[in-house]
Design a protein around this ligand. Structure first.
Ligand SMILES: Nc1ncnc2c1ncn2[C@@H]1O[C@H](COP(=O)(O)OP(=O)(O)OP(=O)(O)O)[C@@H](O)[C@H]1O
Ligand SMILES: [Mg+2]
Length: 414
């Protein structure tokens, strides 16, 4: 029996058996790795990555690489794609190339990064080596890694994604020196570091600068026509004839305005489809795209502030309301504190001290959301701070007031 086919069975209308809009929604999933024919406008970048890795097909050491570029410019995609093709190509001449992938945003210490690399490149049945979650010193994880490398690979390419999130650059030094120090004998290592920060090499210590000789590649933001092509290549995520003519051009134009971010373009297109589905509309229209843009931004901001305590949200809301209700964009701690006080009094929350509020505003967790600057009042009269939202105040307010506790502010400042 095919599900949903059986007219005898009474169906609960709460659930949907047919996807009216999407044919293959997974093509718009951010984790989906598109095949070579769906990668657009990055031929020269792929070629340069391939050139650096080329020696690996002969089992020789590849060049190290640093790849920079803003978010959503295809850095992770191109690196993964080229290393996959490299492994396939090398295997044709019985050269074993393996790849390890570390998300340094998650594994941000030297120990957890080396542990992840060792675990990914290992096969306990083949090597007899295990990589326990804990209990080994960093040095011991390295020792096991060197043995694993020599026993089963000719070349390994280690992708350190979001490399600037690593606490220090010790791992770069060890990986780039492993061959010289005869830690490994057979296997060669190539490192690809990926970062949004163009000034990342300035952070490297002198010791690493000298041992980690590398090429650099910059990924520029996509232009609107490239984004259009990327989206057109995934059009089959939708049922035929469902997308309005202007949907892809508008989505591309909106994403191009904001740093040419392909991830954002794909997210907006997917959300447009979801909104059309929710509205039970037979077509995806430009109106859905506009709503989808707002939803995409709200989703992202939501992710950034997920886990922020309620006091932090009250402070952000204060700053958003001030921004919406005045012509200014920067506010002193005193003004933020006054508005914050009104909010917490109105909704019956505890009130923190002005000092504590100022501290929260300066905290690490708020760095992506708020920019705070300290200004001198003049000689001997101390300093004061000013705070500015980096996110669109409308979005900030929308997300925070979706929390029931702050709902009463939904209509304020519109
Ligand atoms: N040239 C392209 N062709 C097709 N799809 C692309 C292209 N570039 C990026 N994408 C898609 O856009 C999304 C973001 O790309 P990717 O993850 O490679 O960006 P990134 O530069 O690594 O961003 P971040 O710095 O945020 O990690 C992915 O889903 C990817 O499949
Ligand atoms: Mg990436």
């Amino acid at each position: 029996m095919t599900l949903g086919d059986d007219s005898e069975v009474e169906r609960d209308s709460l659930f949907r058996y047919e996807e009216p809009i999407f044919a293959r929604e997974e093509l718009l999933d951010i984790r989906h790795i598109p095949g070579p024919d769906r990668i657009v406008g990055r031929d020269t970048h792929m070629q340069r990555v391939a050139n650096a890795l080329n020696p690996a097909i002969f089992g020789r050491p590849p060049k190290h690489l640093l790849i920079y570029g803003k978010t959503g410019t295809g850095k992770s995609l191109v690196s993964r794609h080229v290393t996959q093709r490299l492994a396939t190509e090398a295997a044709k001449d019985s050269v074993i190339v393996r790849t390890a992938f570390v998300d340094c945003g998650e594994e941000n210490t030297e120990t957890s990064a080396v542990k992840t690399i060792a675990a990914q490149l290992n096969d306990p049945e083949e090597t007899g080596i295990t990589i326990p979650e804990r209990g080994l010193s960093t040095g011991d994880y390295y020792k096991r890694l060197w043995t694993i490398l020599d026993s089963r690979s000719d070349v390994v390419v280690i992708l350190l994604d979001e490399i600037d999130m690593l606490e220090d650059d010790e791992i770069l030094r060890k990986l780039s020196r492993a061959g010289e120090n005869s830690r490994i004998e057979r296997c060669s290592i190539g490192v690809i570091g990926i970062s949004n920060k163009i000034d990342y090499p300035d952070q490297l210590t002198e010791r690493v600068k000298s041992s980690f000789q590398h090429d650099e590649i910059v990924f520029k933001p996509y232009a609107a026509d490239q984004l259009s092509e990327i989206l057109n290549n995934r059009k089959d995520a939708f049922r035929e004839g469902i997308l309005g003519d202007d949907v892809i051009p508008l989505t591309s134009a909106l994403a191009a305005q904001e740093h040419g971010d392909a991830r954002k373009a794909i997210d907006i297109l997917r959300n447009a489809g979801r909104i059309a589905t929710e509205e039970e509309n037979p077509e995806v229209t430009v109106e859905h795209v506009r709503k989808a843009k707002e939803r995409t931004e709200a989703d992202r901001f939501n992710e950034i502030i997920a886990g922020t305590p309620v006091q932090g949200k009250a402070i952000l809301l204060a700053l958003a309301l001030l921004t919406l209700m005045s012509d200014e964009s920067e506010f002193s701690t005193k003004r933020v504190y006054d508005t914050y006080t009104t909010i917490v009094n109105e909704i019956g929350m505890d009130r923190l001290s002005e000092r504590r509020v100022n501290e929260i505003l300066q905290e690490q967790a708020f760095l992506n959301v708020i920019n705070s600057t300290r200004t001198s009042r003049g000689r001997g009269r101390g300093v004061y701070s000013k705070h500015r939202l980096l996110e669109d105040a409308t979005i900030v307010k929308k997300v925070i007031t979706s929390d029931d506790r702050f709902e009463v502010y939904e209509e304020i400042g519109v």
